[in-house]
Write a protein that binds this ligand. Structure first.
Ligand SMILES: C[S@@+](CC[C@H](N)C(=O)[O-])C[C@H]1O[C@@H](n2cnc3c(N)ncnc32)[C@H](O)[C@@H]1O
Length: 221
């Protein structure tokens, strides 16, 4: 099945509210747990970059786990950042998470580099996937822990629908639709492999970690 693009930014108020209210406890907590397993000796982390932070659920969980870090969190959607701001305030993390309304690949957060760059569910939104990899190269050094999580594309629309029914059967229709569209927009593991080779990032590893999730992680060299 060919990739079917979805809009890059999530700026629709109804969609953003549904996403912000969804229960991502299991999925997002496992992202945080996997990071600690993959990079066991990295703590304490100081400067972290979160690409496509959305409403901030992963960002906040990451900050709560890694107590000494400061996170620059980037998203191009103002509606999403409004929700992130609320969540960050609820957890009193305003001094540890800085939100930036910016759209890859035009990130102008200064000449910083980071100890870790994390990203969840951004890659499949990008119409040009090299925007992810060029941004990582812009802000990483050889010591930066790189950790990108996303969906991968199933073989057919039928398979995508089965995944939606299995994992989002009881969710509101708007979330089910988003999940289906995201599966169709996602890349296959082979496509991601070609992307990172093209970007000169072939030291990164690619692992399928479930029937729908993929991790791309490691160091630049
Ligand atoms: C599915 S959400 C994931 C949000 C968050 N990382 C999470 O795990 O909950 C994808 C986010 O990427 C943002 N996004 C898409 N394309 C972007 C771009 N080019 N630059 C910045 N943000 C982008 C969208 O606005 C949306 O908030």
């Amino acid at each position: 099945m060919e990739r079917i693009l979805e809009p890059e930014l999530m700026n629709d108020a109804e969609q953003v509210l549904a996403y912000s209210n969804a229960d991502f406890e299991e999925a997002h907590q496992s992202i945080i747990d996997n990071f600690s397993q993959i990079f066991p000796n990295i703590e304490p982390l100081h400067e972290v970059l979160d690409l496509g932070c959305g409403s901030g659920d992963v960002t906040v969980r990451f900050a709560l786990r890694n107590k000494e870090c400061h996170i620059d969190a980037i998203d191009g959607a103002e509606e999403m950042l409004k929700q992130a701001e609320i969540l960050i305030s609820q957890h009193s993390l305003n001094d540890r998470i800085t939100l930036h309304l910016q759209q890859l690949p035009n990130c102008t957060i200064g000449n910083k580099t980071y100890h870790a760059i994390i990203s969840n569910s951004l890659l499949h939104h990008l119409h040009e996937p090299q925007h992810m990899w060029s941004t990582i190269k812009q802000f990483a050094t050889a010591d930066t822990a790189i950790y990108v999580c996303d969906l991968y594309r199933p073989e057919s629309k039928q398979d995508a629908q089965q995944l939606v029914d299995r994992y989002a059967g009881d969710e509101p229709e708007i979330l089910r639709r988003d999940f289906y569209n995201s599966l169709l927009a996602a890349f296959t593991p082979d496509e991601i492999r070609i992307q990172i080779i093209t970007a000169g990032l072939d030291s990164l590893q690619i692992d399928k970690v479930s029937d729908r999730h993929i991790l791309i992680y490691g160091y630049l060299q």
